[in-house]
Design a protein around this ligand. Sequence first.
Ligand code: GLC
Length: 453
Amino acid sequence: MASEVFPFSRSGGLGDVLGVLPEVLAGQGAQTTPSMQVTVVSPWYGSLAGQPTELWRGVLPELTSGPAPIFEVRVGEIVRSGVQYLFIDLPEFDRPGLYFDDDVHRFCLFGRTVLSVLHQIGVVPDVVHGHDWQSGLVVAYAHLAGLKTVFSVHNLQYQGRWNMEEAARWTGLPQWTLGPDALEYHGDLNLMKAGLTFADAVTTVSPTYAQEITTPEYGEGLQGLLIRLTVEGRLSGILNGLDQERWDPRTDSDVPQFGDPAGKAAATALLRKEFGLDDAPILGVVSRLADQKGIDLLIEALPELTPHWNVVVLGGGDPLLTAALSGWAQHPRVAFVGGLNEPLAHRIYAGADIFAMPSRFEPCGLSQMISMRYGTLPVVRLTGGLVDTVPADIGFRFADATPQALSAACAEARAEYDRPDVWQARMERAMALDFSWQGPAAQYMALYRRLGR
Ligand code: GLC
């Protein structure tokens, strides 16, 4: 279960992962266990990109004791590449867009319906795997129903918290689960904690992040619980893969010129033309504009960067960061486009020379893997999945979350860029890396089997 699933709904990396992992799992399952079925459950958003076929519609019987809302739901299905995608339609999700201020309430309602919906349509899960806080309640319900559960943390910063006095009744859970040993956190309901507490196994999306989150610096207040999970052997890191078909420079229709041997240079020339840039090399960024991503560090470093680089940024989010970048876009060497724009993202990944990710924390990060496939060398802060995916002889890595450290790493890149042979060798190593999902999917499969036994 997850709150976003590419290509039907997506705001970031979570949606990307759910757009490929289930298919790879289904493929692997088909080889070893022909009866295995992978079902993905997600909300039927008003803005869902896809037309599910209605499978079931009705009023759900109450799941638990306690004052219960009546759930009138509709369930739609899309089958694709061997995976069953179920979309649950609740009135609260019938809006344009994915996330809103009342999400804790909405995902409580959603979480209460998932298992009964599966029951209604005859899907009997062996393992329930929830992703991020939006699935925390499903994991709790599944555990209480005696099912095996996996919970994956894609980002510990978003926890799904709400004042317990109000939120307790949204959960429909028995009182004993609502204390500090389980769902309560400093007077709030905390749905991330629900997943962490009730899952048989907890995973996060890189080995380095799995260690980092047991420290106060990265634990977002939950490090005590995460240390306990580690000691009990219940927490592990499984590195994300990359959808190497969706991100294949040789067949990418958004950058057709990449198919030629001189493709990279052609993609760069076109990006330069698109934004009226001069001959200086191009630093690209495609990112959610959020504190996590260190975009403020990039903005502060711009005075140091623009004498040596053109800078092209694509991304949406924080209004202050958006305003600052819009201001900088007056500069002849800076281009900024707000929001999500998939074709432009491809053109930046393909056309830039370096790709900056000055993240304060990064559970895995997908952009650095994409850039390397397109021969764009990443400049990354050494944190989380960036440590695990960017080799020192390919990318430019720095430790401190400061504009100075970022510009020093970019200066190092600039010196290398001026040695074409050395640069070319780095690019070739980058493009030869393999980020297939087969390995990671096999690790999830092994986990499911271990629990299912
Ligand atoms: C979140 C994390 C990112 C990770 C993605 C997919 O967006 O911030 O680091 O790559 O989830 O797991």
